[in-house]
Design a protein. Structure first.
Length: 339
């Protein structure tokens, strides 16, 4: 009888990155049906893996660090993991898993601390050829025997949560209106339109018949506070995921909530730029009807600020609220539908 595989998946960064790791437990269980699968994540993203039928245990990083390094080693050692997949290089975690006695450890790239601990390397070859981030993540599972091209992301809800989602849909849109959510924050990680342009966008969306507009940003800028007719639904953790599942469309920059929407099957309209590192080919939501808007090629050639976080898509050929509304109407089949 073969020894049970006990596999730890480590994804200790942001919401969108954690969601792009959700296909891994599913594909591991398909390959190793009797395996014990655990994830090590930040408390901030723990809720993403709650109720996931392919995850046997969720560990969070902060309590481990609070214990101190050697006590953390003892904690991880108790699980008798046979394999660890580290989706982001981290020296502290690398040594933690090494001293915890995990025989097979797979990491991204080749850092000195990975070399001296005999960590198996998965290279991204400078993103050539360019693939989706979720597919690069799956390479670590492929390194221990998984064979798959299925990178569909997913968040799982309990029966009670599904009932809550249906209740929220009726509460937010009592007359069957389309619920369009707008998430204005980009977390400083992607190009985005300005708060002023978002205000114009929200104003135009509010003019559409049979439409409700929700704002999901946790701390909206002053320009976007207390807009009449807007549903302010900035929740956190699990409730945030439940709220998004009640929407018909989420509009946002390329950031975590767009991946949440994909994982719960909600349509997305995402703003992207043309740089490879920020392109939809690498970061598009996976698993839903995912639409995106790009600025014109000429606009990028003439106006690129080099650092995409500084881009606000302003000016001719960029991305305006009017253009976003036009795309929204096509996606939701809204035609000449102005109040």
């Amino acid at each position: 009888m073969s020894k049970q595989r006990r596999i730890l998946i480590v994804r200790h960064d942001r919401m969108g990155d954690a969601i792009l790791a959700t296909p891994i437990p599913r594909e591991l269980k398909k390959t190793f049906p009797d395996a014990f699968i655990a994830v090590l994540v930040r408390e901030y993203t723990e809720s993403i893996f709650v109720n996931n039928p392919y995850v046997d245990e969720i560990l969070t990083l902060a309590p481990l660090k609070t214990k101190g390094f050697w006590n953390a080693v003892k904690t991880i050692r108790k699980y008798r993991f046979t394999d660890a997949l580290m989706l982001l290089p981290n020296e502290w975690i690398n040594y933690l898993l090494f001293f915890a006695g995990i025989k097979t450890r797979v990491g991204v790239g080749r850092k000195f601390y990975q070399t001296i601990t005999f960590t198996k390397e998965v290279s991204r070859n400078k993103y050539i050829p360019l693939r989706h981030e979720a597919d690069y993540c799956m390479d670590l599972a492929r390194a221990i025997g998984v064979e798959t091209f299925n990178i569909k992301t997913e968040i799982h809800f309990s029966d009670d949560e599904k009932k809550q989602i249906e209740k929220l849909k009726k509460e937010y849109a009592p007359n069957g209106e389309k619920i369009i959510a707008v998430h204005t924050d980009d977390g400083g990680s992607s190009p985005n339109i300005s708060a002023a342009e978002y205000k114009k966008l929200i104003g135009e969306l509010l003019e559409l018949k049979n439409v409700k507009v929700a704002l999901t940003t946790f701390k909206p800028p002053e320009k976007l506070k207390e807009i009449p007719g807007v549903l302010y639904l900035a929740k956190d953790k699990r409730q945030f995921l439940i709220d998004i599942a009640a929407f018909d469309l989420l509009i946002s920059s390329s950031t975590g909530p767009s991946h949440v929407a994909a994982a719960v099957g909600v349509k997305t309209l995402t703003l992207f730029c043309r740089l490879s590192a920020n392109s939809p080919q690498l970061w598009s939501p996976v698993g839903n009807d995912a639409y995106y808007i790009l600025p014109e090629e000429k606009y990028c050639k003439n106006n690129c600020p080099v650092n995409p976080d500084d881009c606000r898509f302003e000016g001719e050929g960029g991305i305006s609220g009017e253009k976003i509304v036009s795309e929204t109407m096509k996606i939701l089949s809204i035609q000449n539908n102005i109040r």
